[in-house]
Design a protein around this ligand. Structure first.
Ligand code: MRU
Length: 353
């Protein structure tokens, strides 16, 4: 099943807060319900958020048409509500913008066309992520012991994942000896979601506490660290789930490659560097409570950033759907601009592009 899709005029998605105990499928029939699902991480992961944003705008347009309201106004309201839910993940802004910009009230089928465009994003995401897997698996050799953080799998996308798409393809090629997933405090995306996906994929795996990862890397137990990204700045700095930066430091200190898997939609050329990436701060209760039970004394304060920034200098390679980019070696801006230009231009007259 796809993690997120359009079904019967609503947005269908698996509730990631209920995994691994229960596979609950949600049918979100309003923009407010979608905004709540995003804020509470029922739907999460950069590419899935991009698709959620696009489908959310299509949903707003459909509802406004049915209720005889102004479609353009409903789209703007939805864009601002959804866009405020998760500030770091640039895919959300990208997905919203892509569908919002496509609205042309002068066209007789304007709303239907928006829905078709948003649904095409679902198909495109699936294809993009499989391509990332194929490109990235070429970087792995036989017997690879992989370490990954948070969840950059099918659940974070429509299907396949980014970091876990590389694991999926490499596993099909017989290259993966095993995967260690960090548990990813405080919301445990690694233990709950990545372990669930790896089990379904039939990949040998285990979970480590986040603070166990650096020692494991130092002891020679890991050949490659692969993570996803929520935003890659124009200079190659990477924002990803908090705890990624320490992994990159440990990898560099021990000569282990640190690979980031991300679609072009996660690369934000408007953000010059990591300092300019807004970092989402989440509720203190996520840190001070475990499964609803308080673990710190009353009145304790908490610092709960959802993401941290890894400088480009620590990133060995960024794996995208069009190939591998090596920060400091390749010109990220030029590659992305050229790929986007080709996509906009479409097939050339001689059909060779
Ligand atoms: O807060 P989350 O669970 O949405 O954080 C997600 C991550 O950090 C993922 O690594 C990232 O979105 C990559 S998605 C393939």
């Amino acid at each position: 099943m796809r993690t997120i899709d359009w079904a019967d005029g609503k947005i269908r998605t698996i509730d990631q807060t209920r995994l691994p105990e229960e596979e609950v499928v949600l049918s979100l029939g309003s923009v407010e319900e979608l905004a709540e699902a995003i804020s509470s991480l029922r739907v999460r992961g950069a590419p899935a958020l991009g698709v959620a944003g696009g489908l959310g705008i299509a949903l707003a347009a459909r509802l406004a048409r049915e209720n005889g309201q102004d479609v353009g106004e409903a789209i703007s309201r939805a864009a601002s509500l959804l866009g405020s839910t998760r500030p770091t993940a640039v895919n959300l802004k990208w997905g919203i913008g892509r569908i919002e910009e496509a609205y042309d009230p002068s066209r007789p089928r304007a709303v239907d066309e928006l829905i078709e465009r948003a649904r095409a994003m679902v198909v495109e995401d699936e294809r993009t992520n499989r391509l990332i897997g194929e490109v990235g698996a070429d970087l792995l050799s036989e017997g690879s012991r992989v370490l990954t953080h948070c969840n950059a799998g099918a659940l974070a996308c429509v299907a396949h994942g980014t970091a876990l798409s590389i694991v999926e393809v490499a596993h099909e090629r017989g290259l993966v000896a095993g995967v260690t997933a960090t548990e990813t405090r405080p919301l445990l995306q690694g233990s709950r979601l990545t372990a669930w996906e790896l089990k379904r994929m039939g990949v040998e795996h285990r979970v480590t506490i986040d603070s166990g990862a650096a020692g494991l890397i130092a002891s020679g137990g890991i050949d490659v660290v692969i993570t996803g990204a929520d935003r890659v700045a124009a200079n190659g700095d990477v924002a990803n789930k908090v705890g990624t930066y320490p992994l990159a430091l440990a990898a560099r200190a021990n000569g282990v490659p640190f690979i980031v898997a991300a679609p072009l939609s996660t690369i934000d050329l408007d953000t010059p560097d990591g300092d300019a990436i807004p970092i989402e701060l989440r509720s203190a209760s996520e840190v001070l409570e475990v499964n609803g039970a308080r673990v710190a004394p009353e009145d304790t304060q908490a610092y709960n950033p959802a993401f941290d920034v890894t400088p480009a200098s620590l990133v060995s390679a960024i794996v995208t759907e069009i190939g591998v980019v090596r920060p400091g070696v390749d010109d990220l801006r030029a590659l992305v601009e050229s790929a986007r230009g080709e996509a906009t231009a479409g097939p050339s007259a001689d059909g060779k592009r």
